[in-house]
Design a protein around this ligand. Structure first.
Ligand code: PLP
Length: 399
């Protein structure tokens, strides 16, 4: 049989994928499983976005576009950032098949073997695998609920070496919901001023999903001094419920965008012309829809956080954004399941929840933060209520 490249040996089949496959198989077998594992909104794509896509098809926009995206899409993105007081031009933009491809292009374009990427944990699982695939070395720094899952300047600086290429921030964060406010971003500036060889990659895909009075700030807005070495990663997947359209974009200095374009040009070329048109519809659409959906997510967040904190053994901080809760479950570890099985890790606890309660959640170890699990609250309120009841009963059954 064909020998595979060493490159793929370093990629682990994601725990998230494994667990959701197990949950799906059980569901298919007729079991009553509530899966709170995946990271996508349960809303449909808004009608005005569908209309924009239909209109594009009818206009015949069904051909290859420019590699880095259409002029019209770039105009919409430029306008969006101008509204935030951030001046960018079309040459600072690349549109790709999801934020994921933006990240991948960036790593492909910038990492030589052994180059390091500093990633605060808990982190989105794909970051470390992508870095490894591109022969880089992920260097993770733990953050805690107490600090709001935000990295301190001291911890950040300690993690930086002469091999560091990027610091990768994700605000609001999947899985923790932590987010950097203006001052927390500014506090990192002296580190970057001392470490001039380090770039800032800022994944802002959840920018519109923030709650209470938290006000989202882009790295480009808070740290304009770093614009020449900042890549903002964004897209329409999460805010506009467009995960299947595969449309993300990167904003960065021209030279970097050019290198990313070279990677993309040989891998996939531009993203779908229709998805690009749909994204223009999203970016230029009424923000009332975003507000409504945000309010809906906020209610569900409150329900889930309160429900989890009511369970003995779980402690859940209040996420500032995204649509995940990330409770600390160390209080349940070391207990025994009915039947005698000892639960010692977050993975075993999640397996137990699936077996006993029919609820699928993802262990924190998948995000570099063992002793937690992630639950997505982008599900119907009734499913969330039922899942919480079941988790509570299963937790109470541990002794
Ligand atoms: N970045 C983060 C933090 C995410 O959680 C996700 C999706 O789960 C992505 C990027 C990928 O987004 P896209 O679907 O646009 O590729």
């Amino acid at each position: 049989h064909l020998k595979l490249a060493h490159r793929v040996n370093s990629i682990e089949v994601s725990l998230i994928v494994r667990l959701s496959e197990t949950a799906a198989a059980r569901k298919a077998a007729g079991e009553d499983v509530i899966s709170l594992g995946t990271g996508e909104p349960d809303f449909g794509t808004p009608d005005f976005v569908l209309d924009a896509a239909r209109a594009a098809m009818e206009r015949g926009e069904t051909r290859y576009t420019a590699n880095t995206g259409t002029a019209a899409l770039k105009t919409a993105i430029v306008a969006n950032y101008r509204n935030k007081g951030i001046g960018i031009g079309p040459k600072n933009i690349i549109a790709s098949a999801g934020a994921k491809q933006v990240l991948f292009n960036a790593f492909m374009a910038t990492l030589d073997e052994g180059d390091e990427v500093v990633i605060p944990a808990p982190y989105w699982t794909s970051y470390v695998d992508m870095v490894s695939m591109c022969e880089g070395v992920p260097v993770t720094i733990p953050t805690s609920a107490r600090e709001g899952f935000v990295v301190s300047p001291q911890a950040l600086e300690q993690a930086i070496t002469p091999r560091t290429k990027w610091v990768l921030l994700n605000s609001p964060s999947n899985p923790s919901g932590g987010a950097y406010d203006h001052d927390q971003l500014r506090a990192l500036l002296p580190v970057f001023e001392r470490q001039r060889h380090v770039g800032l990659m800022s994944d802002e895909i959840y920018e519109h999903l923030v709650y209470d009075d938290f006000s989202f700030v882009s790295a480009l807005e808070a740290l304009p001094e770093l614009a020449e070495r900042t890549l903002v990663v964004n897209g329409v997947s999460k805010a506009y419920a467009m995960t299947g359209w595969r449309l993300g974009y990167g904003i960065g200095p021209e030279v970097l965008i050019g290198a990313m374009a070279a990677v993309q040009g040989q891998a996939t070329s531009a993203p779908s012309s229709i998805s690009q048109a749909a994204a223009i519809g999203a970016l230029e659409g009424p923000i009332a829809v975003l507000k409504e959906r945000r309010a809906d997510f906020e209610r569900r967040r409150d329900l889930v956080v309160a429900g989890l904190n009511a369970i003995d053994g779980l402690v859940c901080s209040r996420p500032r954004g995204a649509f995940y809760a990330f409770p600390d479950c160390t209080g349940l570890l070391g207990r025994r399941a009915p039947g005698g099985r000892l639960i010692t890790t977050d993975t075993e606890l999640c397996e137990y929840f699936l077996d006993r309660a029919g609820v699928a959640v993802v262990p924190g170890v998948a995000f570099g933060a063992p002793g937690h699990f992630r639950l997505s609250y982008a599900y119907a309120q009734s499913a969330l209520e039922q899942a919480l009841e079941r988790i509570a009963a299963a937790s109470a059954a541990l002794s």
